[in-house]
Design a binder for this molecule. Structure first.
Ligand code: SF4
Ligand code: SF4
Length: 355
């Protein structure tokens, strides 16, 4: 059966409109929106990339990164083509930027899978969770909804690794089926989101305009729906590495009133169109230290040798020892019956770490 395209509505000046994300692309007949995967076929919304899986692997969950959700477990990870942002430092640009890749003679790799095949693959590999990850899964909302619903029917958890740029209608539906999410907060400037990260929408309704506004709303909604949330900020020299910018990100996360939300500050490495030198490890560790004055759980990513251990927020007992993607559960006690979170083996207090 042909997959049903949703989230298209209304006419644009020369074509139809996709309403899935804040770009609200007007798409002419035969064309595609900014993401390169949602288009107009004879005046109707089409999703020819439905189920085209470009990457599939069994990953340590720490690689997503998720540090406080089922630590030490493996997760079936699937990725797709296309993305609704155009980050100039994208490490997956040949998959994320479908039109650029095709223009450069790169064909998009992949194999067509049904939701049934994805869920069977997870079960066959004894994976209790599926991550929708690598480039931007949300632009494949229809496939995600089909897959996530089926996964839940088999007791498999759903994990989103996403830029969070999506409209409220789809966000509500997808987050209702999500158990955990690592969401990018790439900066706190609407101008940077619009101009550097490739958005085409610049609103003037205050500081949370356009794409940034959608990301903040997505993070808030995920948290409000009791999805386990972790936030990632790739620290890119010259783009978002000022103290003011990083403090604004930290303050936003604090505004969710949940000290248990981990914040991953990750080092950038040159790639695609962005050639500035990599983030200095010393700078990143300094940013982490500064953030720790505001937040309990801050981790520094993409720095070889950085331990990133987790200590109990109450008594400083070592709970999780990490080495690369290897995690040892050294100070976690099983939860009391009916509880979803590990307890600290030292003081017996709650850890907020999902088991
Ligand atoms: S998902 Fe966003 S970028 Fe893609 S076609 Fe729809 S509105 Fe445009
Ligand atoms: S959001 Fe991620 S996948 Fe999309 S362009 Fe940016 S870095 Fe690449």
């Amino acid at each position: 059966m042909e997959p049903q395209a949703r989230f298209f509505g209304g006419n644009a000046e020369a074509g139809i409109r996709c309403t899935l994300c804040p770009h609200c692309c007007g798409i002419p007949d035969g064309g595609f929106g900014v993401c390169g995967v949602r288009g107009n076929g004879n005046g109707k919304g089409v999703i020819p990339f439905y189920g085209l899986v470009t990457a599939l692997a069994l990953d340590p969950i720490e690689k997503k990164p998720l540090f406080h959700f089922r630590p030490g477990s493996s997760i079936l990870s699937i990725g797709f083509a296309g993305c609704n942002l155009r980050c100039p430092f994208c490490q997956n640009w040949n998959i994320a930027r479908v039109p650029d890749a095709c223009a450069g003679g790169v064909s998009v790799p992949g194999r067509r899978m049904t939701p049934v095949e994805v869920v069977s693959t997870a079960r066959h590999n004894d994976s209790k969770a599926i991550a929708y990850t690598y480039s931007e899964p949300l632009v494949h909302a229809e496939f995600l909804l089909d897959c996530m619903s089926l996964a839940h029917g088999h007791g498999i958890a759903n994990v989103l690794v996403t830029n969070g740029c999506i409209g409220t209608e789809a966000a509500g539906e997808i987050l209702s089926l999500a158990d955990a999410a690592n969401i990018d907060l790439k900066c706190f400037s609407p101008t940077t989101y619009a101009q550097v990260l490739g958005g085409t929408l610049v609103e003037t309704d205050g500081k949370e305009a356009g794409l940034l506004k959608a990301v903040l709303a997505f993070i808030r909604l995920a948290h409000a729906k009791n999805v386990h949330v972790e936030v990632t900020t790739l620290v890119v020299p010259g783009m978002n590495d000022s103290a003011v910018e990083l403090d604004a990100c930290a303050d936003f996360i604090m505004s969710l009133n949940d000290p248990g939300i981990p914040w991953h500050l990750s080092a950038y490495h040159p790639g695609y169109l962005w050639k500035a030198p990599a983030t200095d490890p010393g700078f990143l560790l300094g940013a982490k230290e500064r953030a720790e004055k505001k937040r309990r759980f801050v981790y520094a990513g993409n720095i070889p040798g950085e331990e990133n251990n987790t200590l109990c927020p109450c008594c400083d007992t070592l709970l999780l020892r990490r080495s690369g993607y290897r995690t040892e559960m050294v100070g976690l006690a099983e939860p009391a019956s009916g509880e979803a979170f590990y307890r600290c083996a030292g003081c017996g207090g709650g850890t907020g770490i999902v088991c």
